[in-house]
Design a protein around this ligand. Structure first.
Ligand code: GLC
Length: 559
């Protein structure tokens, strides 16, 4: 973005990250395939749609794509209910399309990360159908978690546990037994004490690695090992992070035994050259994250602390300092995330008043976006400042499709079109996650703003048109242009994984430097602050004069 203080230096041309340890500071772009691009007009995005947009991904300047599930699925949970781990949903394409996609991305030096969902299969998976057909106590049932119910006729669930999505965590089958599902009833939990389950997943990891996948994102990585010793006692709740139980002692989450599984996975990853990378989706206490990210385990773990933090210099200072210290201890690199397919888009979070002191949008979603009032401009301004701050930090950066367009959450999806099982399972107490999964706008108009030749599987709002790729591509002041410029500069300036806070850092300003003289200054407001000496190479909004306005980030290099 040009400004009075911006030098005339050209944004650098593309330079690609080296292969060894490529993931350590990679920029990974998450694609939610069903909402990215639809090549055949059936309303669902597909692999050929992604192939058609590879030039876009290359121009963005990312190092890797993470593909959310594209497997055959009834979509009871947006594809995280997997029918077959070694195939492609026919509505999304074929294995040959996956191979072509991978080869074409590799030709652009973009790595491919596949989403693996080991905590549960779908209820349509061959194993679960076999389990239902098999008798109580059979090996087929022992791949899952079946138990008898309580009460004289076993009519009460084996425990009072609630599922993460609301409603009970147990569902009864026709012969009277119950099975455990920590998420939707269509997502029966696997029994990871069963060797067959472990061997089957090793096969799946090799299947995708052999086809060229460079890494894996591991869904609900903290859920696999469970202590199901009888009696299954009452639980204070499924939230293991509320401080009721000491970290690591909840029977269902984040148990030490889970790391035996990942040690086995690591051995599989290390059969390949370069070793396959992995990142854990582990919602755990920060003190427990290092084991997931250990080089003997998955290697990297999502750090959601940035995403959870308010837009506030003090909070972010603490999160950044602690995260970098943790990463150093664990021998991994930090991951930074502001948005993904499970949370309200960050432009929206930053444009709403905090709920109970925390960043949140629950009430806003429940009112269809009516209340409290969303300050769209402020949210976007902060989102742009936040991404420059995040992209200047050491470690890897995970971006979620559409954030590069500055998209806000879509709050007003009509109830009869809501897809997220959270909505029905919570009986409408939660609106769910569809608002960040609305198909992307590629064009200013058309039946689905260029998403595909037909309409989109979730309704797109009219305000998507002006935010489309087509509208932003040629506008140097657009959010898309900001991301492209930032990613190009980042490639040029990226250096060793450290940073140092600079003196101006205080309650309102974060100022740090990276090796080689790359500096980042964010002003959280409310008043402008003087820009330090040096060449301003990029600012999150146009800056006139020598002051950095509120809610703005500048990148500088030593003059
Ligand atoms: C993970 C996914 C989420 C899914 C859940 C159950 O948290 O990110 O989308 O609903 O797992 O698979």
């Amino acid at each position: 973005m040009s400004s009075a203080r911006t030098t005339t230096r050209q944004v650098p041309g593309p330079v690609r990250a080296a292969d060894a340890g490529w993931w350590r500071q990679a920029v990974v772009y998450q694609i939610y395939p069903r909402s990215f691009a639809d090549s055949d007009g059936n309303g669902l995005g597909d692999l050929r749609g992604i192939i058609s947009r590879i030039p876009y991904l290359a121009a963005l300047g990312i190092d890797a794509v993470w593909l959310s599930p594209f497997y055959p699925s009834a979509l009871a949970d947006g594809g995280y209910d997997v029918d077959d781990y070694r195939d492609v949903d026919p509505r999304l394409g074929t294995l040959a399309d996956f191979d072509e996609l991978t080869a074409r991305l590799h030709a652009e030096k973009i790595k491919v990360i596949v989403d693996i969902v080991p905590n549960h299969t779908s209820s349509r998976h061959a194993w679960f159908r076999e389990a239902l057909a098999a008798p109580k106590g059979s090996p087929a049932r022992n791949r899952y978690i079946f138990r008898d119910g309580l009460g004289p006729d076993g009519g009460r669930p084996p425990s009072d546990w609630a599922s993460v999505f609301g409603g009970p965590a147990w569902t009864r089958v026709p012969d009277g037994q119950w099975y455990l599902h920590l998420f939707a009833a269509e997502q029966p939990d696997l029994n990871w004490d069963n060797r067959e389950v472990r061997d089957e997943f090793a096969r799946t990891l090799r299947f995708w690695s052999d086809r060229g996948a460079d890494g894996f994102r591991v869904d609900v990585a903290h859920g696999l090992a469970k202590n199901l010793a009888e009696p299954l006692g009452p639980l204070p709740g499924l939230n293991h992070l509320d401080g009721t139980l000491p970290p690591g002692s909840h029977p269902l989450w984040d148990r030490d035994e889970v790391h035996e599984i990942y040690a086995e996975w690591r051995r599989v990853f290390n059969e390949y050259d370069p070793p396959r990378a992995a990142v854990a989706e582990a919602w755990v206490h920060p003190s427990r994250r290092p084991r997931y990210a250990s080089p003997d385990g998955l290697g990297q773990a999502f750090n959601f602390d940035l995403l959870d933090a308010n837009w506030n210099a003090g909070e972010l200072l603490r999160v950044i300092t602690d995260s970098l210290a943790d990463a150093q201890r664990q021998g991994s690199s930090t991951t930074w995330v502001l948005s993904n397919h499970d949370v309200v888009r960050h432009a929206t979070r930053y444009g709403l008043p905090p709920e109970d002191g925390r960043v949140g949008a629950r009430n806003w979603l429940l009112t269809g976006g009516a209340s409290p009032r969303l300050d769209r401009g402020l949210g976007l301004r902060r989102a742009r400042a936040a991404i420059l701050l995040m992209l200047a930090l050491p470690g890897s950066a995970y971006l979620y499709q559409g954030e590069e367009l500055g998209l806000h959450e879509v709050p007003d999806i009509p109830e009869d079109l809501v897809q997220d099982p959270v909505f029905s399972r919570s009986r409408g107490a939660e609106k769910g996650r569809d608002g960040c999964r609305v198909p992307l706008p590629w064009a200013v108009g058309g039946p689905s703003f260029g998403f595909g030749p037909g309409t989109a599987h979730l309704p797109q709002p009219a305000w998507f048109g002006p935010l489309s790729v087509e509208a932003q591509e040629r506008d140097p002041a657009s959010t898309l242009s900001l991301y492209r410029d930032a990613l190009r500069w980042r490639r040029e300036l990226q250096a060793a994984e450290n940073m140092e806070w600079l003196p101006r850092t205080n309650g309102r300003v974060l100022h740090f430097t990276r090796p080689g003289g790359w500096r980042c200054l964010t002003n959280f407001g409310p008043a402008p602050v003087p820009l330090p000496a040096g060449d301003v190479i990029l600012t999150s909004v146009p800056v006139e004069g020598d002051d950095l306005p509120a809610d703005t980030t500048a990148w500088l290099i030593s003059g």
